[in-house]
Structure formats: structure tokens, C-alpha cells
Ligand binder design. Structure first.
Ligand code: HEC
Ligand code: HEC
Length: 348
């Protein structure tokens, strides 16, 4: 710190400049980041500020954002469930049954495309879609309020009205809500996990069984073909055959091909990170597998046969002894993350 090198007289004179510099430093230092990873890309038109992240966090936790007042974003991305909801497939506002399971949001700000099929290209767009779609139900039709109408409600709450003014210089608008939500989500970073410490060079973070499991994960298990790098995902789309209906000869959910319209992307889904995986059962995009043991068995077998299976990365099947499987599971269970974000106080 420069303070140490300055004499007392200089301190008085330089006080204002120092204060400014330290304020700027404070703003910057606030954002959690993954050590040793590329910097998170933040859109130029939505810079991070303390006030904006604070507002986004309240909106994220507030059920009043949903059409029927029964769901917040957090409802389906719960800390005790590894930022998912414990259901096979999610149930949105107005009790609408959704076709897919809630994915974890760890390190989501580092992703380039969103949803299991990657159809959304920015966190801002995704936030808006979740809000006006089945998840939060602010659809603006069939008797459900539109995002503008929900905004009018929020503007009637003094604490929100003041914050929107402070952050955006205007009242609540759907764009502002999406920006604030996205800014908050960029702070959901697993900076304090044992996995991050290990990858940053702390060998002691990983004990014997989990270490052997890691060797399998990156060695003969071939898991890193797709669950790659610090994020444990290559952010690519792979067909592991989940949801393949052999009787009908088709996928219940077309997955990535829904976004690209390309035949080759049938049944492919974004590789999920495996952080906090012990808490996020049931597994896969359709929640079709109840336990971590079964999910791992399925991946070791090389997925489920279908015409679009990613055979290059999944075949031949991986043969492991019972002891090796136990080690692999020990590694996966060691990928837990502590969620240190505190529930915010919501404006009345
Ligand atoms: C009813 C449960 C539910 C609610 C409420 C909900 N989500 Fe989700 N979320 C899901 C499901 C299910 C998906 C996956 C949908 C898909 O892939 O089509 C998802 C996906 C996401 C993703 C993409 C993750 C990835 O890996 O690409 C983000 C980001 C996200 N939600 C944020 C939010 C925000 C912000 C809100 C509030 C505006 C919200 N969610 C409300 C269930 C929910
Ligand atoms: C071909 C790339 C690929 C390889 C190799 C791979 N996975 Fe996966 N994994 C995926 C994809 C894609 C999904 C999501 C599939 C879906 O839901 O349709 C997934 C899902 C999972 C899930 C469930 C995650 C969740 O949030 O529901 C677990 C657990 C898992 N993989 C573990 C492993 C392990 C352990 C290995 C190594 C033995 C492995 N995977 C190898 C691509 C891969």
C-alpha cells in the first residue's frame, strides 16, 4: 500500500486522491474471480457496480418478481441443492411443469451460451427469458402480468424505486432488471472451493482417495474430454444419449438442435460443470437418474446408444474396478462448494 511510503504531511495533501484511488480499488476488488482463469467478460453496456449487484441480488431472491408471486430465481437454484432444485424437471410459477431440470449456476458468468441447449447468447437475454418464460411466469398473456407490469409493481416499493434511480437513473424497466440480475449472477463464482485451491497449486487440498479419483477422471476415465479445465466443462454440446427413446426412435428433447436446427446436434446438451455435484441430484437435463453412482455408471458405459452418440469421446466404455469407482466418486464428492452469498434483506 502506498500509505506506508508516504510521510504524514503528504498524507494530508494527498488525502483526496488516495480516497478516490482506494474507492476505485474497493469497487474492483469486490468481484470474486477464479484464480488462474481468464478474466470474466462483462458486456460494455452493463458494467459491474456495487449498487447494481446489490439490486440484482435482491431481485434474484424476490418472489415478487414472478408473475404469481410464488417463485424467485433462487427458488430453483438453491444452495443446499448445489444451486439446483432437487426436482427431476422444474416447476415454474403458476405450477407450470417445465421440460428440463434446473442446472447449477456456479461460475455461470464465465459461460458464453446459456441453457442446456445454449440457445441464449448473454446472461442479460437469459435473465429476461427466465423472467417472462415458464420459470417466473411474467408472460404478459393468459391473465399473467408482463415484465412491464411487474416493473410497475416494483416501482411502487420505495426501496426498489430508489435503487433503480440510483443505479440506472430511471425507474424499473425490463432491461434494467435483466442487467441487474446478470450483474449479480456474475458474482456466483466458486473462488473458495477446494478444487480451485488445488488447481491453483495447493496439493494438500486433495486427499488420497480423491487424488486417485482425479487421476482416473483425467486419465483412463476420459472425463476431461468434456468436463474440462477449471470450470469442469468445455462449454460444448455432446450427445450422451440421455432421453433417447428407443421405442420411438427419437429424442424426447432435441437439445442443441433446437438452437442450431442442425441434424448433427440432435440430443446434444451443454456439458454441465461438476462442481457441487454431490448435492444436485437427480442428474442430467431431464433428471432421469436419481443417484450420483448411477450417473457415473452411465457415463463410464459410454452413454446410451443412439445414432448421434458422441462415440469419439465416449467409446469404448471405460472399465473400472470397484475400488477405482469408489475413488472416482470420492473425487466427485470432493467438488463441493460453499455458497457464501447471504440472503439479502428485501425492500418492503
Ligand atoms: C421454476 C424453476 C426456475 C426458476 C424460478 C428460475 N430458473 Fe433458471 N433455470 C431453470 C431451468 C429448468 C433451466 C434450464 C432450462 C433449459 O435449459 O431450457 C434454468 C437455466 C438457467 C440458467 C442457464 C444455466 C446454464 O447452464 O446455461 C441461468 C443463468 C438461470 N437459469 C438463471 C435464472 C434467473 C436469473 C432466474 C430468475 C429470473 C431463474 N433462473 C429462475 C429453472 C428455474
Ligand atoms: C462426451 C463428453 C463427456 C464425457 C467424456 C463425459 N461426460 Fe459427463 N456429461 C456430459 C454431458 C453432455 C452431460 C449432460 C448430458 C445430458 O444431461 O443430456 C454430462 C453429465 C454428467 C453428469 C450429470 C451432471 C448433472 O448436473 O446432472 C455427471 C455426474 C457426469 N457427467 C460425470 C462424468 C464422469 C465421471 C465422466 C467420466 C467417467 C464423464 N462424465 C464423461 C459430457 C461428457
Amino acid at each position: 500500500m502506498p500509505r506506508k511510503r508516504l510521510g504524514a504531511g503528504v498524507l494530508v495533501l494527498g488525502g483526496a486522491a488516495l480516497l478516490l484511488a482506494s474507492l476505485r480499488g474497493a469497487e474492483k476488488a469486490q468481484w470474486p474471480e477464479l484464480e488462474g482463469y481468464e478474466q470474466m467478460k462483462v458486456p460494455a453496456d452493463n458494467p459491474m457496480t456495487l449498487a447494481k449487484v446489490g439490486l440484482g441480488k435482491q431481485l434474484y431472491y424476490d418472489q415478487r418478481l414472478s408473475g404469481d408471486g410464488t417463485r424467485s430465481c433462487y427458488s430453483c437454484h438453491l444452495k443446499e441443492k448445489g444451486l439446483t432444485d432437487g426436482l427431476a424437471t422444474a416447476v415454474g410459477a403458476y405450477q407450470v411443469k417445465l421440460p428440463r431440470s434446473s442446472p447449477t449456476l456456479w461460475n455461470i458468468g464465465y459461460h458464453a451460451e446459456f441453457y442446456w441447449d445454449g440457445r441464449s447468447k448473454s446472461l442479460e437475454a437469459q435473465a429476461k427469458a427466465a423472467w417472462s418464460g415458464g420459470n417466473m411466469g411474467a408472460a404478459g398473456k393468459d391473465g399473467k402480468p408482463s415484465p412491464e407490469e411487474v416493473c410497475a409493481r416494483l416501482d411502487n416499493i420505495e426501496g426498489y424505486r430508489e435503487q433503480f434511480q440510483e443505479v440506472f437513473g430511471s425507474g424499473c424497466t425490463p432491461d434494467n432488471v435483466a442487467k441487474a440480475l446478470a450483474a449479480f449472477m456474475r458474482t456466483i463464482v466458486s473462488e473458495k472451493s477446494a478444487w480451485s485451491r488445488f488447481r491453483a497449486g495447493d496439493q494438500k487440498a486433495l486427499r488420497a482417495a480423491a487424488r486417485r479419483g482425479w487421476e482416473i477422471f483425467q486419465g483412463k476415465g476420459r472425463c476431461v474430454n468434456c468436463h474440462a479445465g477449471l470450470l469442469l466443462t468445455d462449454q460444448q454440446y455432446h450427445n450422451a444419449g440421455i432421453g433417447w427413446d428407443a421405442a420411438k426412435n427419437e429424442f424426447a428433447d432435441p437439445g442443441r438442435s433446437n438452437a442450431t436446427k442442425a441434424e448433427r446436434d440432435k440430443g446434444a446438451f451443454k456439458t454441465p460443470t461438476l462442481l457441487d455435484i454431490s448435492k444436485s441430484a437427480p442428474y442430467f437435463h431431464n433428471g432421469s437418474v436419481a443417484t450420483l453412482e448411477e450417473a457415473v455408471e452411465l457415463m463410464l458405459r459410454g452413454g446410451i446408444d443412439n445414432p448421434w452418440l458422441d462415440t469419439a469421446n465416449l467409446r469404448p466404455p471405460v472399465e473400472l474396478t470397484a475400488a477405482e469407482k469408489a475413488d472416482l466418486l470420492a473425487f466427485l464428492r470432493w467438488l463441493d462448494v460453499q455458497y457464501t452469498i447471504k440472503e439479502p434483506k428485501l425492500p418492503k
